[in-house]
Write a protein that binds this ligand. Structure first.
Ligand SMILES: NC(=O)c1ccc[n+]([C@@H]2O[C@H](COP(=O)([O-])OP(=O)(O)OC[C@H]3O[C@@H](n4cnc5c(N)ncnc54)[C@H](O)[C@@H]3O)[C@@H](O)[C@H]2O)c1
Ligand SMILES: O=P(O)(O)OC[C@H](O)CO
Length: 331
């Protein structure tokens, strides 16, 4: 099969490297110099310094060349660039090939999930999300992991599972696309909160409380949007939340940790080469919460920190002052 991965960041390059072991795989890099380094030296020093990539993996900076012969298209650019890149690729995408989103975010303004953007721009193409506790560098270094391919049609999901399943990467299927995408996007916001706890040194009990209440917020919003509650206890919910909140490799947790240590958001983001999706997702989650009548206090608080209305320390004070009612209440 001919597989094209659009986006040569840390996750796009990792997934392309795994798929390239069994399929003809092309990765599109926005940066022409990076495409050349992948082709000539089989490295991606910009996003995956120190790793060797398979020699079979081909890169190009030309979107038409990358997509026109693809039999499976995988989109791996951050959510803020997703629509623009897909729109530019659209005229070259062969009819009816499946399109998988790797992006864990929501579109600002429209509040859409990435598979909804795929459906809007490429109607009739099967749209899927690949999501789960998947820190790119661990997977590229060959450590075992599990992930989920989510699409409503389980026949398509099973076919995609077959393409993506690789030795130590165990790929499950799920039909609950809403639940899987909401879990993947919102865990990044909670990871910023968990990182802040780390930076502030408020303790592991507090961190556990924030992670658990964070999962409650994710589940409330996800089920209100049509996701199934069991999904949020699985790999794309609790699994990814744990990996992202616990791991020092997480960019979102890193942003939170720096904020907790008193750094300015602009400085933190300016020093990073990679994306931290939670920074943009917090506001979208708040808007979705408003739409569904849900208070989502952790998302609100993180949005206030991102807007500069609250310091990390004040944010934690504020969360402490929220009245504790029944555990099943939405606040
Ligand atoms: N890195 C991981 O461990 C990991 C794991 C699972 C999911 N994800 C998700 O995958 C998505 C991509 O993450 P990543 O880690 O590869 O990001 P990254 O920051 O490492 O790389 C992003 C890639 O997209 C390109 N890009 C950035 N902005 C763009 C724009 N506006 N238009 C076109 N291209 C643009 C960059 O050039 C780069 O090739 C994110 O949504 C992330 O949450 C990441
Ligand atoms: O580095 P982060 O915070 O974007 O997290 C990466 C993955 O989404 C973890 O599953």
């Amino acid at each position: 099969m001919k597989v094209t991965v659009v986006g040569a960041g840390s996750w796009g390059t990792t997934v392309a490297s795994l798929v390239a072991k069994r399929h003809d795989t092309t990765v599109w890099a926005r940066e022409p110099g990076l495409a050349q380094q992948i082709n000539d030296m089989h490295v991606n020093p910009l996003y995956l310094a120190g790793f060797s990539l398979p020699e079979r993996l081909v890169a190009t900076a030309d979107l038409k060349t990358a997509t026109e012969t693809a039999q499976l298209l995988i989109i791996a650019v951050p959510s803020h660039g997703f629509r623009d890149v897909l729109r530019r690729a659209c005229p070259h995408v062969p009819p009816w090939i499946p399109v998988i989103s790797l992006s864990k975010g929501l579109e600002q303004g429209t509040l859409l999930r990435m598979t909804e953007i795929i459906r809007e721009l490429l109607p009739g193409h099967p749209a899927a999300a690949l999501t789960g506790p998947n820190l790119a560098k661990e997977i590229l270094s060959g450590k075992a992991a599990a992930t989920v391919v989510a699409t409503e049609d389980l026949t398509v999901a099973t076919a995609l599972q077959e393409v993506l399943h690789r030795g130590l990467l165990r790929v499950y299927v799920n039909h609950d696309v809403i639940g899987c995408e909401i879990g993947g996007a919102l865990k990044n916001v909670v990871a910023i909160a968990a990182g802040m706890a780390e930076g502030l040194g408020v303790g592991d009990n507090t961190r556990a409380a924030v992670i658990t209440r964070g999962l409650a917020e994710i589940t409330q919003l996800g089920t209100a949007m049509g996701g199934e509650s069991t999904t949020f206890a699985g790999l794309t919910g609790m699994g990814d939340l744990l990996a992202t909140c616990m791991s020092p490799q997480s960019r979102n947790r890193h942003v939170g940790e720096r904020l907790g240590r008193g750094h300015r958001l602009d400085d933190v983001l300016g020093a990073m080469c990679s994306v931290a999706e939670g920074v943009r997702t917090a506001g979208v989650a708040v808007e979705l919460g408003d739409r569904h009548g849900l208070p989502l206090p952790i998302c609100h608080t993180i949005q206030h920190v991102i807007d500069g209305k609250l310091s990390a320390r004040d944010a934690y004070e504020g969360l402490r002052n929220i009245p504790a009612g029944h555990e099943a209440d939405p606040w």
